[in-house]
Design a protein around this ligand. Sequence first.
Ligand SMILES: [Zn+2]
Length: 136
Amino acid sequence: MFNHIGRKLKGIAAAWAILGVTGSAAAGVLLYLGKTLDLLWCIVIGAGGIILSLLGAMIVYGIGDTHAKLERLGDKLIPKPSYASYLNENQALRGQCEICGKTTDLVNAKIVDKMGTRFRKVCRECYATNKCEPAD
Ligand SMILES: [Zn+2]
């Protein structure tokens, strides 16, 4: 909801301006046609509403435009980690377990038993059942 708020504020400002101007003009005309107020007051309400709507919309648009430009500037100035380096650091070791042969996420394991010390890529179940130690 609050992502890219600058772009949204600019849209809200445009809607605000359109609704405010048409609403104020309509209110002035309707008040005059309904003969509830003098012509002068109808003009003051209509024109005043239009001016206030435009001023408010300009302020909101200005804030939105400033935010949108700052966001673009931030995109250029703040370096983002590249996708490739993200994958390198977070990709799970995947393949066939060297004990049971199941294709799944693997763990580098150090196996020490009476046959000596071996290093294997094994699944989590084999890691647990074969009393493995972390190899890293
Ligand atoms: Zn296994």
